[in-house]
Ligand binder design. Structure first.
Ligand code: C5P
Length: 235
């Protein structure tokens, strides 16, 4: 059994209002994407990493890998073409994997640079047990369902907090299950914001592994400063 990792890194990152896509911004002196790659490269059970990038970023990513992960043979690192949506980027990478049905595939947002080896290992263990597992964080705030109106949001109900988990990544799956769920989603034209939603609609149970606040997705201004804070706490 091998573990393959896909890092979708082809986003443009318009919410960040930065001069370049957020996966290339510097965190503690290193590009965010490199932190994410190094985290998975440090896990002995990981066999290969596939990074999905926009065509115009390919040369830059290859140069960064050569600079910051020199001579990396285990796991191997491949750069593949991303797509117009996160799902398409993951599907493109999935098509390139030379994986057996029973191998595992973990998908991790390139912009969650502070993932730690212990959480990756727990995710792998949960996928081995359940076939599908994601990292998630219990909700701290009270959660409201709303209706959008012309005057703003109106609450329609309160969702009991104990039933809510905020999805993070990595999200891991047995390769045959993931390929089948992606094929069904493509046939139906379903576009999900994560892989678990694709697996859920295929009817497969997905387990949850406890995540952490520090595994944040760098998305908006302010997130980078918070990530710098968490990174400094680690050192
Ligand atoms: O868009 P969002 O912030 O949810 O992006 C999550 C991850 O998906 C990021 O690492 C981003 O680079 C990636 N992505 C991608 N291809 C796209 C859009 C997003 O690989 N077309």
């Amino acid at each position: 059994m091998k573990v393959f990792v896909i890092l979708p890194a082809a986003g443009v990152g318009t919410r960040m209002a930065a001069s370049q896509p957020k996966q290339f911004l510097s965190l503690g002196g290193l590009p965010i994407l490199i932190h994410s790659l190094r985290a998975f490269a440090a896990v002995p059970r990981v066999s290969a990493l596939y990074v999905a990038v926009r065509e115009q970023e390919r040369a830059r990513v290859q140069a960064q890998i050569a600079e910051y992960l020199p001579g990396h043979e285990h796991p191997s690192i491949q750069v593949v073409s991303g797509g117009d949506s996160r799902q398409e980027s993951v599907a493109n990478a999935l098509a390139e994997l030379s994986a057996a049905p029973e191998d595992l595939v973990l998908v991790h947002d390139a912009v969650r640079p502070l993932i730690d080896a212990a959480t990756i290992d727990r995710t792998i263990d949960a996928v081995l047990e359940y076939g599908a597992a994601i990292v998630g964080l219990p909700a701290i705030d009270t959660v409201k369902q709303v209706e959008r109106t012309a005057h703003g949001a109106l609450i329609s109900s309160t969702i009991p907090r104990e039933y809510v988990v905020l999805a993070q990544t990595p999200q891991g799956f047995r390769c045959d299950l993931l390929r089948k769920a992606f094929a069904e989603a493509a046939t139906d034209g379903f576009l999900g914001t994560d892989e678990a939603s694709i697996m859920e609609r295929a009817g497969h149970p997905v387990a949850v592994v406890l995540g952490s606040q520090s595994n944040l997705k760098i998305t908006q201004p302010g997130d980078l400063a918070l990530a710098e804070f968490y990174l400094a706490q680690r050192l």
